[in-house]
Design a protein around this ligand. Structure first.
Ligand SMILES: *[C@@H]1O[C@H](CO)[C@@H](O)[C@H](O)[C@H]1NC(C)=O
Ligand SMILES: *[C@@H]1O[C@H](CO)[C@@H](O)[C@H](O)[C@H]1NC(C)=O
Ligand SMILES: *[C@@H]1O[C@H](CO)[C@@H](O)[C@H](O)[C@H]1NC(C)=O
Length: 261
């Protein structure tokens, strides 16, 4: 009887020692992952916790590329057009000329912050995805012809604000022989403050494809990304695109936005 109790006790001790080791192991694993991950906010803590657990799952080292501080500061913004909300026009503001020039209302665009916030319209699962930690950098090439001032600048700001800086080698704006004054000296003066932005110009009207190729020929990044001149990059847009290329350098990635054009 005594002996059996003793044996039971020993097995019990062994079991609890094993359990303790297991717990300690997982705590130190969490700690190690903690050290690698950025600081998170209260609302996003759950999301980040899930993300951290996936870090070591793959043969390739993956990481959470989200910029949680930027996501939080975007979420707190209010004002005209913030969170992608419609801009209500007063009767006095209804200027139909604005539509004719750009195909969208440049009058409204001019009244919305160049770095406005957008709703995160991704599928909820995308918010939990990790991508290759070691991604190539990219040259973002943006061809334009007589683009509106605010729409072009909003494209550039959204790319710079919503991309990990290490992944943006440069942004190349390629002007396909625009004749609008704001796209000449004022554009060059504005871009002086954004050292990653270069402006190239064609010598005559070339059309979209040759304009893109001119940008591609001048690109210094490891990957070339083409964007329209009136689009806005949303949360974590770039890592999933570069991830496909990191996995197979033969790939060419089309995002659904560009597939439509
Ligand atoms: C957005 O742009 C405004 C005006 O340039 C600037 O004051 C503000 O700090 C920017 N906000 C963010 C979050 O970048
Ligand atoms: C892009 O990445 C390559 C390889 O790591 C590096 O040599 C180059 O300096 C990077 N370019 C920029 C502009 O960061
Ligand atoms: C890329 O394409 C080349 C040429 O077709 C091929 O030899 C190579 O195996 C491909 N690489 C990958 C990673 O698929």
């Amino acid at each position: 009887m005594r002996r059996r109790q003793k044996r039971l006790l020993r097995v019990g001790l062994l079991l609890s020692a094993a359990l303790l080791l297991l717990l300690l192991g997982s705590v130190s694993l969490e700690r190690r992952l903690d050290a690698e991950e950025p600081e998170g906010g209260a609302g996003l803590a759950q999301m980040q916790k899930v993300n951290r657990k996936q870090v070591l799952k793959d043969g390739v080292r993956k990481k959470d590329w989200h910029d949680y501080a930027a996501i939080r500061s975007d979420a707190a913004r209010t004002g005209a057009g913030e969170q992608g909300r419609p801009y209500p026009l007063t009767d006095a503001e209804r200027v139909d000329q604005a539509y004719r020039e750009n195909g969208f209302n440049i009058f409204v665009s001019d009244r919305i912050a160049l770095n406005r916030s957008l709703p995160d319209i991704r599928h909820p699962n995308c918010k939990l995805k990790l991508y290759t930690a070691d991604l190539p950098n990219t040259s973002v090439i943006i061809p334009f012809h007589n683009e509106g001032w605010s729409s072009l600048l909003r494209t550039v700001h959204s790319v710079l604000d919503r991309s990990p800086p290490s992944l943006i080698a440069e942004i190349i704006l390629v002007d396909d022989f625009s004749d609008k004054g704001h796209l000449k000296a004022p554009l060059e003066q504005y871009m002086v403050r954004l050292p990653k932005v270069r402006i190239l110009r064609t010598q005559k009207r070339e059309g979209l494809i040759r304009t893109r190729l001119l940008g591609a020929a001048a690109a210094r990044g490891q990957v070339i990304t083409f964007l329209d001149s009136h689009c806005e990059a949303n949360v974590n847009w770039l890592p999933p695109l570069l991830d496909r290329i990191a996995q197979n350098t033969n790939s060419s990635v089309l995002d659904s936005f560009n597939q439509r054009t």
